[in-house]
Structure formats: C-alpha cells, structure tokens
Design a protein around this ligand. Sequence first.
Ligand code: FE2
Length: 345
Amino acid sequence: MATHTGLTSAVLNYKPPDPLVPEFEAPLDRATFADSKKTSLLSGASKVDDLTPWIGTELHGLQINQLTNAQRDELALLVAERGVVFLRDQEWTLDQQYELTKYWGVPDRDPIQLDPRHVTILGRDNDRGYANFGADFHNDHSFEVNPPAYTILRMDKTPPTGGDTIFTSQVALFDKLSTTYRKLLEGLHGVHSSEVSYVNVINGGGKAFKPPTRQEHPLVRTHPVTKLKTLYYNPTIMIHIKELKEQEGIHMLAFLREHMHAADDLTVRWRWTPGAVAIWDNRSVAHRAVPGGYDKSLREGKRTAIFGEQPFYDPTGQTWSERFNSEEFRDNEGFDYAKKDATAQ
Ligand SMILES: [Fe+2]
C-alpha cells in the first residue's frame, strides 16, 4: 500500500509548530574521555561477547543504571568501536534512560516525536516491500544539520518471535569497496531529505513538529572518536548525490543499496527480549526493523538519542583495514585515541 500521497491541501496548509533545529556545536563526545582500554567497564562485566567480527558486542552481568561515569564514557567508546552494544534484562527506568542520554550530550528530538524526550517504537506490519518507513536500512533522521550520534533503544514488550533489528557496519561497508570505488565516493555528498516522511505523516493524520528539510552530508565521513572513515549512505532518507548527474546518481544509489543489502557478512541481527537494550552509533551503523510475521501489538520500546557533531570528512582518517593492519594498532594491542589526538596537535 502506498503511503506517500503527495502535496495534498492538508500538506500545503499545514503549519509545523516548531522551527528546525539550528546548526550547533555539539559537546565533545563522551567517548573521547574514556580510557582506551575500557578497563573499568569490561572488568565489571561477567562476559563480553563479540557477536560478529565486524559489528556488535553483548555485555553480560551489567546494569546500565549502576555504571559509574567512567564506565559510561567507556560504554560510549565501546559503541563507537563496535557499532552497537547490547545488554539484556535491564531494570532501569525511563527516567534513568533520559539521564544517561543527557549525560552523553544534547538529547535529540525526532521531527515526528510526540513526547519531547523519547520516540515510542512499535511493531511493523506485514508490508515487506520497504514502503514502510523504518523497514529498510537507515541511519536515524540524517536530514538534521547535527544528526544523532548515539541512539539508545530499550524494548519493554516483545513478541516470542519476530520484530528483530538488523545492524550493518558502514565502516566495514566502506572498507569492503575497491580502492577505485573508495576514491570515487570520498568527497561526494549525499542529499538527505525529510520531505517524504513529512508528507506521509501529515497525509496519514499525524503531526510533524518541524518543517521539511534537506541537508548535504559527506557520503564518506570520518568518525570523530575512532577517526575511521565510514560510508554514510542512507537508503531511506538520501534522495540523490550532489555532485553526480541524474542518471549517474540513480545508478550509484542503486549500487550502494545493493552493496548494503548484500552485506550479510557485515551485519548483526538482534533478537529482542523484554528489558533488552541496544545502543548504536548512528554515524557508522545503519539499521533496519525487520517487518511482519508476528503480533505487532506485542512490540513496544522507547528510543532516545543524542545529537552529534556535523558530519565531516577528514582524508587523513583510516579505513578499517588500514587501522587493523597498522603497526601502531598491533604494538598497542588496540588503538590509543588519546595518543593519536596528542600527536595531531
Ligand atoms: Fe531507526
């Protein structure tokens, strides 16, 4: 069923109550304050389980609401490094989730978010045709000037099966490309637009809090903490590539979509249970809620997010392979972010 019903009089007469979020300088990422070995966080866990080589770590034996500030900083760093971190059986309250969100930075508000503090995430219907917003891969509202850095999603109700979320590492997607393609993409800009979701929400009888907007962001961006280069492709929100002619852009977007959807080796699929939490890095990870096949009234969660820096591209950043094959990484059994920053100054 098509949900995009165009520029109706309802859309043309609609007056969003809130202005767009102006450009701002995001506070320094809390991960940059962390001990690069993450000793206090990892030693506090009963088990640290990397779910795939590329993306996703599950922490066992920790309650998020009992973490010290040092452990919270290290958790942010672990998310930045591993793309997404999972914990089950969390007993924290929604207020405690808001508190961690605020600790990590400026709480973000999605343009269609009813409660100013969180988005309620529900089940998805049986439409497997990707017409359903959120059913295809995306980075959350990348049409902002300062798109979200970290997203925290807790599930309070989950069906016995179905409703999984798939996360894909865009750092690994970029790394997997040939040198020729990487060079072609670096320096290009994706155009990210909220216009389709704006129109759909109003035509669906909903409320859009902010006017429609579009932003140009680097198609390859550099992660501010890890300094790794990552693809910043968003099949749900990106409408074209600024520097390419129309047919070139259409073909490039089709290639990128295939590249993302063919990346089973670079994804982690998370099966939710009540009380489970996923925290992911929106700058370097795309995600997708798998639709259909379950009782969607049984799925409900709360999502909060933190506004990030304005996406930037630093050509001196490394690809994943360059980092992990580097002498510095091998010699230190890890990457010393603080040392790298000191060297750069
Ligand atoms: Fe999402």
